[in-house]
Ligand binder design. Structure first.
Ligand SMILES: CC(C)(COP(=O)(O)OP(=O)(O)OC[C@H]1O[C@@H](n2cnc3c(N)ncnc32)[C@H](O)[C@@H]1OP(=O)(O)O)[C@@H](O)C(=O)NCCC(=O)NCCS
Length: 164
């Protein structure tokens, strides 16, 4: 059981540690900081084992989708401290984050992630068929419509520069 909160400025070092430890490299931690620097964060959550021990983190980025105008979020990276993986922390972070995106008016969420992990939240590769993005055609590229029909017409999605 973990507590999930929105992280605060002093938590940034812990976020960097957890994301880098989970992925075994710095790239994803750099993405988190880059999205933050661009002001493109829609939802960010941290999971706490104790009030001082952060064990997980998830980011949802506000995407640019001007034509047709859609409010779309991108999930990721999601990271759980290696010693605490496979205990439900990642799922709790993703579920809570998706709920918050919906509450904030997001019409859909996209993800570039493991095709075995994200379908449990409703993501599918079929849902991205109308989306033109740098990741189109990649089986790891999946989406979840939060509003019926949100992904039923062609749309072009721009990732923030932080995603490289
Ligand atoms: C992926 C990650 C966020 C999942 O969070 P978690 O808290 O460990 O996982 P949960 O307990 O929520 O879910 C467990 C299920 O996820 C799947 N899963 C978790 N880690 C997995 C992995 N490394 N490979 C494949 N499936 C995995 C399994 O289906 C697992 O179910 P099982 O334990 O019954 O086999 C976490 O393991 C992590 O930080 N991994 C390293 C970084 C990463 O790859 N992030 C995702 C990028 S798309």
């Amino acid at each position: 059981v973990v507590k999930i909160t929105a992280p605060r400025d002093p938590d940034r070092a812990a976020i960097r540690r957890i994301v880098a430890a989970a992925f075994g490299r710095d790239d994803e931690a750099d993405i988190v900081e880059g999205v933050r620097a661009e002001g493109a964060i829609l939802v960010e959550l941290a999971a706490w084992k104790t009030p001082r021990r952060m064990v997980g983190h998830v980011l949802f980025t506000r995407m640019r989708c001007p034509d047709p105008r859609r409010r779309i979020a991108a999930l990721g990276p999601v990271a759980v401290t290696p010693t605490v993986q496979r205990l439900g922390v990642g799922q709790a972070l993703c579920r809570r984050g998706i709920d918050l995106c919906r509450a904030l008016g997001a019409e859909a969420v996209v993800v570039l992630g493991h095709p075995d992990y994200y379908p449990r939240f409703g993501f599918s590769a079929e849902a991205v068929r109308m989306i033109e993005s740098p990741f189109s055609g990649n089986p790891a590229f999946m989406a979840l419509a939060l509003k019926p029909g949100a992904l039923d017409e062609p749309l072009k999605l721009d990732y923030p520069a932080a995603f490289g």
